[in-house]
Design a binder for this molecule. Structure first.
Ligand SMILES: Cc1cc2nc3c(=O)[nH]c(=O)nc-3n(C[C@H](O)[C@H](O)[C@H](O)COP(=O)(O)OP(=O)(O)OC[C@H]3O[C@@H](n4cnc5c(N)ncnc54)[C@H](O)[C@@H]3O)c2cc1C
Length: 256
């Protein structure tokens, strides 16, 4: 554990962001109901940090952009892991190479600014919720003790060959089962995925120190103006887009 004790503040994140930028899809791989989509964007600045998300829109797609967490990002590219369903994500998953896409962001508080850095963590992810956790693990390996990831289909291995995860259709094991087997007293938790997974983490670990869930709510603007993602917390109303998406389970008693 680190001697340098810094419990992060819970104020809204107001970091710099870019306005709408036209970018190009350069690679799409789809398998097991998910797609890994890589996008080229010249001079991406600031580069999204793990836990941040971009608001994404196809020029010919739904009027409202959708929030997508970064799986990875560099100075001129960004990569997403999408569930290949729905108006935007379904269309992106079957986009031809070179298709145009509009991005703006990055929004949300980087996970590293939210967590207690005296602790190391189990990362718990289900489905596309694994994306920001892989980004976090690649950028901050010193905070990652174990992972507990799960997908329904083994076919997703084609997209994430380097990642260890449970496949329900192979062994029946889920991310939740892995968490039960891998969490020990003293480890923090960072969870992202379907609401049922987050609810189970919150139910079981609300009293454990440093158990966090990354919430997915419907976002309108992404930068705190429309209030559509407001949630109630023990310290008042908060917006998932600017105060989150990561919240301590202890601050959202309604989850679970
Ligand atoms: C911070 C954050 C990060 C996310 N990261 C990922 C990720 O990495 N990968 C991933 O697959 N998903 C991610 N999601 C979930 C994704 O943004 C939503 O599931 C997405 O909005 C659904 O859009 P769609 O076009 O795929 O589906 P649609 O079928 O278009 O949408 C599903 C339903 O939601 C409605 N809807 C969608 N957006 C809005 C809105 N803004 N306001 C009101 N109604 C709306 C639609 O009208 C429709 O009824 C993330 C969500 C959040 C909040």
């Amino acid at each position: 554990m680190k001697a340098d004790i810094r419990k992060r503040t819970r104020t809204a994140h107001t970091g710099p962001s870019f306005l709408v930028r036209r970018a190009r899809i350069i690679d799409v791989r789809a398998a097991g109901g998910y797609a890994r989509v890589r996008i080229a964007i010249e001079g991406l600045s600031p580069i999204p940090a793990p836990g941040q998300f971009l608001m994404v829109r196809l020029p010919w797609g739904p009027a409202l952009p959708r929030a997508l967490s970064t799986l990875a990002a560099g100075p001129d590219w960004v990569e997403f892991l999408l569930k290949a369903e729905g108006a935007l994500r379904g269309a992106m998953a079957s986009s031809p190479r070179d298709a145009a896409v509009d991005l703006r962001g990055p929004y949300g508080v980087p996970y590293i600014e939210r967590i207690d850095d005296r602790r190391t963590y189990v990362l718990v992810g289900g489905g596309s919720g694994v994306a920001p956790l892989l980004h976090f693990a690649a950028s901050h390996p010193e905070f990652v003790e174990r992972t507990a990831f799960g997908f329904r289909s083994r076919d997703v291995r084609d997209l994430l060959p380097e990642v260890d995860f449970a496949c329900e259709d192979e062994t029946g094991e889920t991310a939740e089962d892995r968490l039960s087997a891998r969490w020990i007293e003293g480890l923090g938790i960072i969870a992202c995925g379907p609401e049922s997974l987050l609810a189970s983490v919150a139910r079981r670990h609300r009293a454990s120190p440093d158990a966090y869930v990354s919430l997915e709510s419907r976002l309108g603007c992404g930068f705190g103006a429309c209030l559509s993602c407001s949630i109630s917390t023990t310290s008042g109303m908060r917006r998932v887009c600017v105060d989150g998406p990561l919240f301590p389970c202890s601050e959202i008693p309604w989850l679970g």
